[in-house]
Design a protein around this ligand. Sequence first.
Ligand code: NDP
Length: 477
Amino acid sequence: EKAQIGVTGLAVMGRNLARNFARHGHTVAVHNRSYGRTKELVEEFGSEGKFIPAETAEEFVASLERPRRVVIMVKAGGPTDAVIDEFAPLLEEGDMLIDAGNAHYLDTRRREAALRERGLHFVGTGVSGGEEGALHGPSIMPGGSKESYEALGPLLEDISAKVDGEPCCVHVGPDGAGHFVKMVHNGIEYADMQLIAEAYDLLRQVGGHSPAEIADVFKGWNEGRLGSYLIEITAEVLKQTDAATGKPFVDIVVDEAEQKGTGRWTVQAALDLGVPVSGIAESVFARALSGGADVRKAAADAGLPGPSAAAGAHAGDLQADVEQALFASKIVAYAQGFQQIQAASAEYNWEIDPGAMAKIWRDGCIIRAKFLDFIKQAYDKQPSLQTLLVDQYFLDAVSGAQDAWRRVVATAAQQGIPAPGFASALAYYDGLRASRLPAALIQGQRDFFGAHTYRRTDKPGSFHTLWATDDRNEVGA
Ligand code: NDP
């Protein structure tokens, strides 16, 4: 018997994906650079389904039915290229190489183009949900050709998470579209985590609550419109006590957030596309600031002046206000992320359906949340929506939240508590709604020092002012 699918790269992610396929009744060929992992997988989990272990790439390829479907789950970057170089010569026209690692979408575009020339399908696939997701049902974001999705999609849909019986897997678009969307998913995850952390900080410092009390607040929020995996695990983390010291767990952890890079990639791509993903950018920078131990120490040593947060210093119901600020800021972060997806889709002709992305993120991934249903509905109603903020549900939510949102940002500023996520989300919102922006002045400055010209509000064309001597020297161009 031949295998329907093969997985090469059997560290935690590959092993769990392979087991997931096998548990769904598919025969799975398994291979790893070093045979030890392959042997271990079959020894430990062989009883879960049908595995065909292969020691060499040749054996592995020979054990697959055609068209061959080879899932690559190795370290992103050089190792992925090495594995492609090893397998591509062994494959035949119409076979598929599926990169399920966290590749950069530009690498995926490059690899797809090169393999297409050789008659092979290269399917860059986003897989979210970590090791648990890989085993029990991840959210899956495959790119690549439509044709490859016809042969591969049903298997991926089979092992994906399901919401009301619908798979959290859809063909995102050609070449790098899947990896791009996975990248933005991770960027949104960064923003969401930062906003939650700011909410906690305010409740702790201004609300004067203990981590355990705040855990209960998050538990309550999880029952409402903020209901999501990240809110749920936040409650778990906050309620945790350190066994060794008896202190709240969150107080014994070094306050320097690390990152693997997908948030940074999201912001880099957004800069190139000219899309203001300020929420994601602030969250990446907040992690960088937290990790800058030397700078923080220099600031502490110099005693940079500012207020110390006083418990009770908030003009309003802090808990209710923070919930509103969190929800509104979260809407902004998602609106920005979706705008980035739409911008890239236009740039690369991917024709991504944004509503379908919200749909497949509803389970199996880190940002799964109740409110993705509303994002899906917003794009289903109007696929060309300019920004989620103008959809009625989100418009109502933000208009209901905004007094509280402003109070929270004001309190953070007055009490000296950094809340870059809340503050930048509000600034973005006010930027969008402004009837006049000071960008007009910036255009004037640009024209002054660089003769970059400007457009006028009262007539078409581009203009340059002769600044040096008298006023009113205007030249139309
Ligand atoms: P790792 O990223 O730790 O990679 C280890 C695997 O890569 C091993 O199978 C290893 O083989 C193989 N490998 C490394 N270098 C080479 C090479 N030059 N040639 C062939 N094989 C090589 O494994 P993970 O399971 O953690 O992740 C796999 C992929 O999934 C990564 O791209 C990761 O970014 C992505 N991912 C991971 C998630 C997670 O939660 N861990 C979540 C979502 C995606 P050997 O055993 O021989 O050393």
